[in-house]
Design a protein around this ligand. Sequence first.
Ligand SMILES: *Cc1c(COP(=O)(O)O)cnc(C)c1O
Length: 360
Amino acid sequence: MNLWKKNLIDIAPYVAGEQPDKTDFIKLNANENPYPPSPLVTSAINSFDTESLRKYPDANAVPLLKALGEYYGVPYKNVFAGNGSDDVLALCFRAFFNSDKPILYPDITYSFYPVWCHMLNIPYETLPLDDDFNIRPEDYARENGGVVICNPNAPTSIGRGLDFIRMILDENKDSVVIVDEAYVDFGGESALPLLKEYPNLAVVKTFSKSRSLAGLRIGFCIAGDELISALRAAKDSYNSYPLDSVAIAAGCASAADEDYYRSTLEKIIATRTRLTAALREMGFVLPDSSTNFLFASHPEYRAADICGYLKTKDIYVRYFDKPRIDDRLRITIGTDEEIDALISALQEYTSGGLNPLAGR
Ligand SMILES: *Cc1c(COP(=O)(O)O)cnc(C)c1O
């Protein structure tokens, strides 16, 4: 009876940072940008010709591909766009990872990767970061069906240079290497200059974090001709119109406003420097971040307790109840006012002896 139930998908889905159903709180839990998108995005949306919505969008988002090609100095035929980089990464997994050998990625990284592997039946193996949460490039010198490196890595916030990516590429000429650069604009080093040398490299980026457009869903991949054709084939076998016309117009407007983009990045980086110092002063331990978030532990307090305490103050940060990282908080860089409120709450917590960790 009910035998059909055994044919249903059996998968533990990705869980995103909580989006509480209220407005008056400080949201530092999903690595969203605290600043609004460029004013050019606002005008593009306000002046959008809604009559044009009766037609399908450009199937490949060509106006956006052209804007991105120009921005990054690559031919637009080497750019592929999708509904957020989650969509692009899922298509990359489908298009590039069809080997029987396992794909490789670190044990601590973006937690969507294992979900796609389960969803798409891709075998995988995770390789442990070292004790300082660095990826060991030598670990990736083994047979595999593909490699995924998030650089800067999430949730560790640690960014590595081009030499590091090159080491991984040099060991992996026979598989596709995806570099997920969701956070690279906040101070990481992009692998784009390596594309000319490595036709098996795919660089994936997003408008969600550095361009303040998480709600619009724009992600893209830059890669050589073969990888882009495989991506287009995968996309056209599943959903031939990924980006809607509004997203295409707004994405082009965002890409055109370099000054605004630079100024918000600078503000976030300055706030990050200030919060890093304040946390260390309170005894938190954390690596230097190349992203728009910090990954911090405190020797005397449980991360879960701090997270719960902050929630009572209407400040939301992210806590992962997972091996190796359950002593850490991931804190998104907010506005200066938001971060001031966070610092005060944490100072109160760590100086007041509110909830010292007993017997650890
Ligand atoms: C946020 C994030 C993404 C995806 O973001 P989209 O909003 O889908 O573009 C991809 N990879 C990492 C590591 C991220 O943190």
